[in-house]
Design a protein around this ligand. Sequence first.
Ligand code: ADP
Ligand code: ADP
Length: 228
Amino acid sequence: AGIIEIDNLSKQYGSGTKALNNVSMSIEEGEIIALLGPNGAGKTTLISIICGLVEASSGSVKVGGHDLRTDWRAARKMIGLVPQEIALEPFEKVINCVRFTRGLYGEGPDEAYIEKVLRSLALWDKRNAATRELSGGMKRRVLIAKALSHRPKVLFLDEPTAGVDVALRREMWEVVEQLRRDGVTIILTTHYLEEAEEMADRIGVINHGQLLLVKSKDELMGEFGKKT
Ligand code: ADP
Ligand code: ADP
């Protein structure tokens, strides 16, 4: 079984909106998956359910064999989420933000690990800076450092490059490449085909709450006639 097993997942919000319709998917350890789809497709809903922030209407999700409905805590510890919105305490030091998030997961201190994370994200020199002093790219990297603070096996990146310029987009792609080398399983959402192609091993196309297809990058490009 994959590190994430999604089985027949559906979500209907109280408003009546059907955000997800019978989504099933298996994600292997170490792979990078892009969920590609337009605004309103259901990408954030899917991520929010897997991360335990939103309850599914039906279906099941297992993370590392732990069923979200019965074993939520164990499942949650295996996951890190980098949210779309940058929400950081402006006057807090970078390193404290990361320590704080680690604490939220009930993990004891591990300064050596936090140093490793900050170094790998080129934030070590900024560890004592207040987050409000950082550039947009650095702030995004702090969000990633926070999401990695408890050593998750799976990292979710919700629209990591929404609204950022080309240089910053490249920077994010490089960070993802680095995380891949560290063996982290990554699930990201995007509405740019170019970005999905650049970063992911497999691409899941989602629209109107349905997972239309999941293909390796090469298969998908072949279908659009871009590669021979
Ligand atoms: P995406 O991330 O692909 O843009 P979302 O998962 O955010 O898609 O949204 C899927 C659908 O569910 C949309 O129609 C959206 O308006 C609706 N939706 C999302 N969140 C909520 C919510 N909290 N309450 C009601 N409807 C929602
Ligand atoms: P998570 O990463 O699990 O979503 P957050 O790090 O966003 O959790 O923190 C949850 C709450 O704690 C938020 O209200 C946030 O503003 C606050 N918070 C985050 N970092 C700090 C910090 N270093 N010191 C004090 N409060 C913080």
